[in-house]
Design a binder for this molecule. Structure first.
Ligand code: PCA
Length: 203
């Protein structure tokens, strides 16, 4: 049976919620298979998040790893195509660290492509009527760091990252937001599409 590890993040940057934490826990509670779904919530720290994900991967040995985080200001679910070897924080993380112009993995390659079926996920989510697009940048904060490090750690697994907009009621005035139910549904579709492809070739 295909096993999928899906993670969200704790709140950060002064937000009371992180829609990915809420969505991942909701999906966990309602999951009925057939794929095996395991979940985790990562700390928003450069030092802790990649290690927390690595521990989950080592303990669960999943076929597919999908990490998710919020990208406030984006209007669509964004399936990330690439992680870059860069930590460059505009705001401090939850431990107060603010790396600038530092590598994610010293000496590592400049970038790595996600190994999820990115286009297939985007199509499935968009076909469900939920705004969704391929993204060519996961930023340079903790989310990109986690994506890049997970790709380096697990070259043999399907690994990728999905950014979601703020959930309805969580965005500052005038900023885009999505109903929480649509975020949950998008992540469910991503898990199913990625699991189906687990035996095939990347992208
Ligand atoms: N979003 C941040 C880190 C945690 C999260 O949910 C990011 O995009 O890097």
């Amino acid at each position: 049976m295909t096993k999928v590890l899906l993670t969200g993040f704790e709140p950060f940057g002064g937000d009371a919620h992180n829609p990915t934490q809420d969505a991942v826990l909701t999906l966990r509670d309602r999951w009925t298979g057939p794929e095996a779904l395991v979940t985790g919530i990562l700390p928003v720290t450069f030092a802790g998040a990649p290690e927390a994900l690595r521990r989950l991967v080592d303990a669960e040995d999943p076929d597919v790893v999908i990490a998710t985080g919020v990208a406030g200001g984006r209007g669509a679910i964004s399936v990330e195509r690439v992680g870059v070897n860069l930590q460059d924080a505009r705001i401090p993380d939850n431990a107060g660290a603010r790396p600038v112009d530092a590598e994610s993995l010293p000496g590592g390659p400049a970038a790595a492509f996600a190994t999820l079926p990115v286009e297939d996920i985007v199509r499935a989510v968009a076909d469900a009527g939920i705004p969704c697009e391929v993204s060519l940048s996961a930023g340079t904060f903790v989310c990109n760091h986690v994506l890049y490090r997970a790709l380096q750690h697990s070259p043999q697994r399907r690994v990728g990252f999905i950014h979601v907009p703020w959930a309805t009621g969580q965005a500052p005035a005038g900023e885009p937001e999505l109903p929480p139910e649509q975020i949950v549904r998008a992540l469910e579709l991503a898990v199913r599409v990625a699991a189906e492809s687990a035996g095939g070739s990347p992208r």
